[in-house]
Design a protein around this ligand. Structure first.
Ligand SMILES: *Cc1c(COP(=O)(O)O)cnc(C)c1O
Length: 502
C-alpha cells in the first residue's frame, strides 16, 4: 500500500465513515486536481461528479481563484474579526448583500404596477443588509438559529420558548443546534439526549408521497403526480395548531427548491411560494439554508430554450444565484457555505435583515450583544477566494457554461429511464438525484443494508467517476466547468454500474 494510504489508515478518522469498512481496502489518495478532474497518488484520474461533496463550483485549480488567494497571501492570511475589520471581508459582505437582494425581472408584468409595488414593498421589508461570517454550513445555520431564537425572545418576552419548524428528513449540519433543526432519525437516536426539540412537517417528496395517487411512470414524479397539494395543507395545519397553543412558530427553516442530504428531494413548482407565504402569515421568520443550493446550483431557468438562454445572459446573472431569488422568496436569514469560496476554503455566511440586527443594539451594559463568534470569522484568504468566485459566476462565460451544462445534464439523464432499477430522476438546475429501486413498477426500495447506493458508487469509482450516495440516491453535482464529454462519461458510468445491480 502507498505510504500516504498507510499513514491515513494508521491515524486519520474519516467523517460519516464506518472505519472498519474503510480499513479493509486501500483508500484513494487524491494528490491533485484540474477542472473537473481529480488525480490520485498512482496517477489515476477521476471525474469529480459530486464537486467534492457539493463545494466546488468552477473546477479545481481555477486560475482566477488561485491568483486571488496568492495576491492575498502577499498581504496577510488572517487577522481577527474580534476588534478589527479587514479588506476582503468588507468587500465580500457588500457583494453578498447586493447579490442576495437582486430579483428576477417581474414575473407578472401583465398584473400591472400594483402587484409589482406589493412585491417591492415585501422585499424591502426583508432586505438582507447584514452579514455574519463563520466557517461551515453547520455554523451558518447555528448563527441563524441563535439570532432567530434571541430575536423572538426579545420580541415576545424572555420567558418565551421559541419553537422552530423544519422539514421531514432535513439535514442542516452536525453541530448540536443544526442537528436539532434537522430530522435525520439516525442522528436523533445517537444524540437525542443532547438535542432540543423542534417540530417537523412533511417534505414534498412526490415520488414517495402517500398523497400521490399516480402510478409510477418513466418521468420525474413531480411532473405526473396526482394530488391536491395535501403537503401544503399540512404546513398550514402545523402553523395553525402551534398558534392555538399560544406559542406560534418563531421560524420556518427550509432548503429552497431542493433538499440535499435528505435525498435530493426537489419541490414541485409553487410549493416554496405557498409554504413560505403561510409561514409569513403566521408571523414566522424564514431561515433559508442555501448551503447546497446557493451560487447558481439550482440553475438558470426551468426550461432552457435559446430565448431563455439569451435572456439569462442579458439580465444580471446574479439574479439567479440563489434558489430563494429564483423563487422570489425573500428570507430573513440566508445561510451560505459550501460553494461560497468556490469550494476552496472553509467559509460561511449568515445574511440577515436590519430589523434582526437592530434588536441586538443597546448600551454596552444592557448586554444585548450577539454573544457568538469563531477564531477565523471573516478570514482574509477565504474572503479573497469568495470574491474571485463571485466574479467568475457573474461573467457571461459562466452563465453560458451553466446553462449548457444544465441542458446537457437533462439530456444525458434521459438514458437512465431504460434501467429497471432507476425509479426517479430528479434534476434541479445543475444537480440531480437518481433514486435506485428494486423495481420501478412498484417503487419497492432497496433495504439500506443491501448498500445499493454504495455499491453503485464503488462501481462508478472503478470506472473513473467519483460521487457519494445519499442512501439509495446517487448524487450528480458536477463542477460548472464539466464538459459534455465528461458528463457523458459520468452518466455512462452510472448507467453501467446501476445495470449491474440486477
Ligand atoms: C452540507 C450542508 C450543511 C452543513 O454544512 P457543513 O459545511 O458540512 O457544516 C448544512 N445544510 C445543507 C443544506 C448542507 O448541504
Amino acid at each position: 500500500m502507498n505510504k500516504l494510504a498507510q499513514l491515513d489508515h494508521a491515524h486519520v478518522w474519516h467523517p460519516f465513515t464506518q472505519m472498519r469498512d474503510w480499513l479493509r481496502r486501500e483508500p484513494i489518495v487524491i494528490t491533485s486536481g484540474n477542472g473537473a478532474v481529480l488525480r490520485d497518488v498512482h496517477g489515476k484520474e477521476y471525474l469529480d461528479a459530486n464537486a467534492s461533496i457539493w463545494t466546488n463550483l468552477h473546477g479545481h485549480r481555477h486560475s482566477k481563484i488561485n491568483a486571488a488567494i496568492s495576491r492575498q497571501l502577499k498581504k496577510i492570511s488572517h487577522s481577527s474579526a474580534l476588534g478589527f475589520a479587514n479588506e476582503p471581508a468588507s468587500l465580500l459582505a457588500e457583494e453578498l448583500v447586493q447579490l442576495a437582494n437582486k430579483r428576477l425581472p417581474a414575473k407578472r408584468p401583465a398584473a400591472g404596477k400594483l402587484w409589482n409595488k406589493f412585491r417591492d414593498q415585501a422585499f424591502e421589508r426583508h432586505k438582507l443588509e447584514k452579514v455574519f461570517f463563520s466557517d461551515d454550513g453547520s455554523t451558518a445555520l447555528e448563527v441563524a438559529l441563535k439570532l432567530a431564537y434571541e430575536f423572538t425572545r426579545r420580541a415576545r418576552g424572555t420567558n418565551s420558548k421559541p419553537r422552530f419548524l423544519s422539514l421531514a428528513g432535513a439535514y442542516h449540519g452536525d453541530t448540536i443546534g443544526a442537528v436539532s433543526l434537522g430530522h435525520v432519525d439516525l442522528f436523533h437516536k445517537a444524540y437525542g439526549g443532547m438535542l432540543f426539540k423542534t417540530d417537523q412537517v412533511m417534505a414534498p417528496y412526490c415520488y414517495r408521497c402517500p398523497f400521490n395517487r399516480a402510478k409510477p411512470e418513466r418521468a420525474d414524479a413531480r411532473k405526473y403526480r396526482k394530488c391536491s397539494w395535501e403537503c401544503v395543507g399540512l404546513v398550514e395545519r402545523k402553523f395553525s395548531a402551534q398558534k392555538k397553543k399560544g406559542n406560534p412558530f418563531a421560524a420556518f427553516v427550509f432548503e429552497p427548491l431542493m433538499q440535499g442530504a435528505a435525498g435530493m428531494i426537489p419541490q414541485p413548482s409553487g410549493w416554496l411560494e405557498q409554504t413560505t407565504e403561510i409561514a409569513r402569515a403566521h408571523g414566522a421568520l424564514l431561515i433559508a439554508d442555501e448551503v447546497m443550493t446557493g451560487f447558481g446550483r439550482t440553475g438558470i431557468s426551468c426550461r432552457i430554450t435559446r430565448d431563455t438562454l439569451e435572456s439569462a445572459v442579458a439580465r444580471p446573472a446574479s439574479a439567479a444565484l440563489f434558489a430563494t431569488g429564483r423563487a422570489e422568496v425573500q428570507p430573513d436569514f440566508l445561510c451560505v457555505a459550501k460553494g461560497l469560496t468556490g469550494g476552496y476554503l472553509p467559509m460561511a455566511a449568515t445574511l440577515t435583515t436590519q430589523k434582526i440586527f437592530d434588536a441586538f443594539l443597546g448600551e454596552y451594559e444592557e448586554f444585548r450583544t450577539f454573544f457568538h463568534g469563531h477564531s477565523f470569522t471573516g478570514n482574509q484568504l477565504g474572503a479573497a477566494a469568495a470574491l474571485a468566485s463571485l466574479d467568475i459566476l457573474q461573467t457571461e462565460k459562466s452563465v453560458r457554461q451553466r446553462a449548457q451544462l444544465q441542458k446537457n445534464l437533462h439530456a444525458e439523464l434521459q438514458s437512465l429511464w431504460f434501467l429497471p432499477n432507476v425509479g426517479d430522476i430528479r434534476q434541479v438546475g445543475l444537480v440531480a438525484g437518481v433514486e435506485l429501486v428494486k423495481d420501478w413498477r412498484t417503487r419497492e426500495p432497496f433495504a439500506l443494508c443491501e448498500r445499493a447506493g454504495i455499491r453503485v458508487c464503488e462501481a462508478m469509482a472503478k470506472r473513473g467517476v467519483l460521487t457519494r450516495p445519499v442512501g439509495n440516491v446517487i448524487v450528480l453535482m458536477p463542477p460548472y466547468c464539466t464538459t459534455k464529454a465528461q458528463l457523458q462519461k459520468i452518466v455512462a458510468a452510472l448507467a453501467q454500474s446501476a445495470a449491474e445491480l440486477g
